[in-house]
Design a protein around this ligand. Structure first.
Ligand code: GLU
Length: 278
């Protein structure tokens, strides 16, 4: 499709492994097939976990695979004012509140006998809403989206999935129960994965978000926020995840499958493509 813009958006918290290679190559191949554009974005909002040496290694591995992208590359750590602006927009709409709960407060609230088994959403157990009406003003607090109020504005969000796993149009009902009041801004970093990713996809004109199936359940959050912020909704392509022989998902700490290691052992980019089934 003409004008397709897609991206690979790694967090430089470890070496790239075969799963990342599959994700990057999938995005690259989709862009190539459409005569479109492939972008790289460095998702480094979590400063303590992101390291410059991992970032250089990511770039080296991707170049070795044969990928190219426009420079300078967008880095999320440079984008804090854009996230703050989006957050202010949602605050002004009256859709947010400050939350002072720690993880253990949330666990304790959810284990109260009347609560039943907690539902697990894309960010873990669905927040029980403890601070929703508390009127906290504290600066040192997380900022959550009031999901009920947000949905009253937009109705259930929907998006078009073009990947082979869940093709078609999806509409998400019951987000209040199954996802709940998600964190828009963590107290330590002032933003969140959800807020940053959708603000940046819009800023970069991304028309097709290519990423792993593990993020499919987070997509309705992003689409809802797009509607609230008046941003366009791209199409989505969630790809399969690369697993090891025992069916376990590859994790970043799984250095045995780091691309650099295969490279050092003499593998070629074509070998890597074959290993991930491309
Ligand atoms: N930075 C995310 C990750 O490394 C990917 C975000 C996305 O593609 O939406 O898992």
């Amino acid at each position: 499709m003409a004008g397709l813009i897609t991206r690979f958006a790694p967090s430089p918290t470890g070496p790239l492994h075969l799963g990342h290679a599959f994700s990057a190559l999938t995005a690259w191949d989709l862009a190539q097939a459409a005569g479109g554009q492939f972008l790289l974005r460095i998702e480094d909002i979590d400063r303590p976990r992101c390291k410059p040496e991992f970032e250089s290694a990511v770039i080296e591995d991707l170049r070795w695979l044969g990928l190219q992208w426009p420079v300078p590359v967008m880095r999320q750590s440079d984008r804090m004012p854009a996230y703050a602006k989006a957050l202010r927009q949602l605050e002004t709409m009256g859709l947010t509140y400050r939350c002072t709960c720690t993880r253990s407060d949330i666990r304790a609230a959810l284990s109260a006998p009347q609560e039943g088994a907690p539902l697990i959403g894309p960010d873990g157990p669905v927040y029980p809403g403890t601070c929703r009406h508390a009127g906290h003003q504290a600066k040192d607090a997380a900022i959550r989206l009031d999901m009920r109020k947000a949905l009253l504005r937009t109705g259930p969000p929907g998006f078009t999935e073009t990947g082979p796993l869940y093709p078609g149009h999806h509409t998400f009902e019951n987000m209040e129960e199954t996802i709940g009041d998600i964190v828009l801004a963590r107290r330590d970093i002032g933003t969140s994965y959800h807020l940053s990713v959708l603000v940046d996809d819009a800023a970069q004109g991304v028309t097709l978000v290519t990423r792993g199936a593990d993020l499919f359940d987070a997509t309705p959050i992003h689409v809802l926020l797009q509607h609230l912020l008046g941003l366009p909704t791209p199409r989505y392509h969630h790809h399969r995840l690369i697993r090891d022989e025992s069916g376990k998902r590859l994790a970043k700490r799984d250095d045995a499958r780091a691309l650099a290691r295969y490279r050092a052992e003499g593998a070629t980019p074509a070998d890597i493509r074959a290993m991930v089934g491309l």
